[in-house]
Design a protein around this ligand. Structure first.
Ligand code: ADP
Length: 396
């Protein structure tokens, strides 16, 4: 079976085509600048990377361009689009309704539209991607995979905020959590690495990319996670604050900041970028910190300190802890983040093997010492593969 995985953003479409069940990537690409004068498509196959510049006026035109590229003689990997058996879509917000991936029908579309209120930047473009794919491939099953689904096992004690209860009842204001596809994928891989059944593992998962979140996983299920109603809560991120005193917003509103100013400040101008004044990118930040920039060092230290606090909290929450797992651009590639967040944790049984931690590798690996009671793993995430697996099992 050929499965096309689609991740549609406001002006971009990322895609990967998988041969299943072999889990082989036959082509992947990114179409950027949809709606602009010149859109840019980077399309990669086994043999070559192709760069195509042309206008894709909207997502429908973008989807057509991608499908044409998948079948064109010079760039193609299939002869005809009828070879595509199913399409899997990343959808950010599934509210309380979607506890797992599902085949898309009119009802599912209606729900994704309804939850756009909770994820205004993500659900509308996800939906545009779905509609464009339905138009281009009307006979093919389409599957929605939700970022929130893995966290629908959170108990009320973890997801209800201490606001008046009717705020939850009226508006469904609660913790939802995100990056669920990634947390679920690395949880499944961690079970394999621990040699245990999924339902027998207690772990803490750390997805550290541009957006960062952690999850407390007990008996294979997410029981708490650091992101909240939106992805703003929790860890310090590239440009997001993570946790802070919400009264700061009232205080700044009194000083004349508008709701829009505060929204932009907290989501786009804070985090690593806000503290350092230099960059939201961990590579730049480390470079500047190593050259002696004090604010870059401070941003880095605060980033790690927050992760360590969550490790402490989630250790208490899961009870027996089997492993801590790192993933995402930062989690996979920055040994100093792993050593700083897991350093001095011998009292909870964590002992990093520094040689293993700093060894260059792109594969799944153990970076704790043989004496470490709690294993520490680096597991490269693969959200596209997770979507392809769900799509395959639903569509077949
Ligand atoms: P996204 O969250 O958008 O999917 P990533 O998971 O790729 O993004 O994470 C982006 C972050 O990962 C950036 O802060 C970047 O500095 C960091 N990162 C990516 N690759 C590396 C690398 N090779 N070395 C160090 N940091 C990296």
């Amino acid at each position: 079976m050929k499965i096309l995985v689609i991740n549609a953003g406001s002006s971009s479409i990322k895609y990967q085509m998988f041969e299943m069940p072999a889990e082989k990537v036959v082509a992947k690409g990114l179409l950027e600048k949809i709606g602009e004068e010149t859109s840019k498509l980077t399309h990669t196959t086994d043999s070559k990377e192709h760069k195509i510049e042309t206008k894709a006026a909207d997502h429908s035109a973008g989807m057509k361009l991608i499908l044409d590229t998948l079948v064109a003689p010079q760039t193609g990997v299939i002869k005809d689009i009828s070879e595509i058996n199913a399409v899997g879509h990343r959808v950010v917000h599934g509210g309380e309704e979607f506890t797992a991936s599902c085949i898309i029908n009119e009802h599912v579309i209606g729900s994704i539209e309804r939850f756009a209120d909770l994820a205004p930047l993500h659900n509308p473009p996800n939906l545009t991607g779905i509609k464009a794919a339905q138009k281009a491939l009307p006979k093919v099953p389409q599957v929605a995979c939700f970022d929130t689904a893995f966290h629908t096992t959170l108990p009320q004690t973890a997801f209800i905020y201490a606001l008046p209860y009717d705020i939850y009842e009226k508006y469904r204001v609660r913790k939802y959590g995100f990056h669920g596809t990634s947390h679920k994928y690395i949880t499944q891989r961690a079970a394999v690495m621990l040699g245990k059944k999924l339902e027998d593992i207690n772990i803490i998962t750390c997805h550290l990319g541009n957006g960062c979140s952690m999850a407390a996983v007990k008996n294979g299920k997410s029981i708490d996670t650091s992101m909240g109603l939106t992805p703003l809560e929790g860890l310090v991120m590239g440009t997001r604050t993570g946790d802070f005193d919400p009264a700061i917003l009232f205080y700044l509103a009194d000083k004349g900041y508008s709701v829009d100013d505060l929204n932009t400040m907290c989501n786009k101008k804070s985090g690593l970028l806000g503290i350092s004044g230099i960059s939201n990118d961990m590579r730049n930040l480390r470079e500047q910190a190593e050259k002696g920039d004090k604010r870059a060092e401070l941003a880095f230290d605060i980033f790690c300190y927050r992760i360590k606090k969550y490790i402490g909290a989630y250790t208490a929450v899961v009870g027996r802890l089997d492993a801590i797992v790192f993933t995402g651009g930062i989690g996979e590639n920055t040994p100093i983040v792993r050593s700083q967040t897991c350093g001095d944790l011998e009292q909870i049984g964590v002992d990093i093997d520094e040689a293993a931690n700093t060894a260059k590798s792109r594969s799944e690996r153990t970076i704790s010492s043989s004496a470490s009671k709690v294993k520490v793993f680096v597991i490269p995430t693969n959200e596209e593969l997770a979507i392809a697996q769900d799509t395959f099992s639903l569509a077949k």
